[in-house]
Design a protein around this ligand. Structure first.
Ligand code: ACO
Length: 311
């Protein structure tokens, strides 16, 4: 009977129809989705920190308003994604506990420091650019609630990417020092941005199964290539150099050839030993503890409302 259910499940997926929360699904499909969606949600929430670092020091009121709005959007993305994960029978409280105890991952990229205001622009351009490249196909992922959450997230991410590029364009029209700041930030973020797509396909343990289930629609290497091809002309227009001596157009392949990121560094960062891992988790843990009274007050308020029958 399970075999029958599995066959029907795969037929639904192959027909490009969505799986919904009440549909039968293989337990491993559910677990894979919880893992990926939780990691994704945690990345949005932890991702508020590197840029949040610059809110109090933004160079103008306008830049501060933009940055505040952007960081708030990331919080919203985290919340839609936790809500999508909850449709799979897990609890946000429990996912948060796993994050702060270091038992669930978040994206490697957010373990790097933001040293100058140019980093805000480069994060918008490269990090959000990579996120879009990875996430637009997820609007067609097989699990309905995840796919629907991704539609709005992608619209907001594309606004974030443009604000980053616009910030960099402005700095590139500025002083030689400002141009040097942009180049320095590009040099530091380029390789970590390429790592966001995950390990090379041959080292990616989840890709094959996630592709069969149409959770993932492209492999890690396919998306990395797409990102490089998309970014090279943008770098030229901006007037910065991407720090890869092997980067060149390959007319036979119709794609750019490029060098490999330092995969040892990637695994070190994923395993908790990056430049900012400890600081990011400590900050998240503290925010969670300091927010306990808000959660308690909200729950008490909800109970009182329910008891008096008022909406
Ligand atoms: N940072 C941290 N861990 C990573 C990263 C990364 N950049 N890339 C891969 N990993 C982990 C995987 O989670 C997996 O570990 P696990 O099995 O313990 O969970 C392991 O490395 C092997 O990788 P894959 O088998 O390739 O993992 P997967 O099939 O899940 O692919 C990917 C990774 C591409 C990141 C996928 O999960 C995905 O598309 N996620 C949704 C997008 C996302 O999370 N974006 C977050 C950053 S963007 C942003 O928030 C602005």
């Amino acid at each position: 009977e399970t075999e029958d259910l599995e066959r029907r499940f795969q037929r639904t997926v192959d027909a490009e129809q969505r799986i919904e929360p009440r549909d039968w699904m293989p337990e491993a499909y559910r677990r894979t989705l919880v893992r990926q969606i939780a990691q994704h949600a945690h990345s949005e929430i932890i991702g508020m920190q590197p840029e949040g670092n610059w809110i109090t020091r933004a160079p103008s009121l306008r830049r501060k308003a933009i940055l505040l709005a952007k960081v708030q959007d990331e919080a919203g993305h985290g919340l839609y994604l936790y809500a999508a994960a909850e449709t799979l029978g897990v609890d946000r409280e429990d996912l948060t506990r796993k994050l702060v105890e270091g038992r669930q991952k978040y994206s490697s990229i957010f373990n790097y420091p933001t040293l100058t205001f140019a980093d805000v622009g480069v994060i918008g351009w490269l990090v959000d650019g990579a996120a879009i490249c990875n996430q637009v196909p997820l609007c067609r992922t097989s699990y309905g609630p995840y796919a629907r959450a991704m539609i709005r997230i992608c619209k907001e991410e594309s606004f974030h990417q443009r604000q980053g590029y616009e910030l960099l364009m402005t700095m590139m029209r500025g002083t030689p020092e400002q141009r040097a700041m942009v180049q320095d930030a590009v040099d530091r973020w380029w390789w970590p941005a390429l790592m966001m797509f995950g390990p090379p396909d041959e080292a990616s343990t989840n890709t094959e199964r996630s592709m069969r289930w149409r959770i993932k629609r492209h492999t890690n290497d396919e998306l990395r290539q797409k990102f490089v091809d998309m970014t090279v002309p943008q770098a030229e227009k901006l007037g910065v150099t991407l720090p890869d001596p092997e980067l060149r157009w390959n007319p036979e392949r119709g794609h750019h050839d490029f060098g490999q990121p330092d995969w040892d560094e990637f695994w070190r960062v994923v395993k908790g030993d990056g430049p900012c891992n400890a600081r990011r988790l400590a900050h998240r843990r503290r925010a969670h503890e300091e927010g306990a009274w808000v959660r308690e007050a909200a729950a008490a308020h909800a109970r009182k409302r329910a008891a008096t029958g008022r909406p």
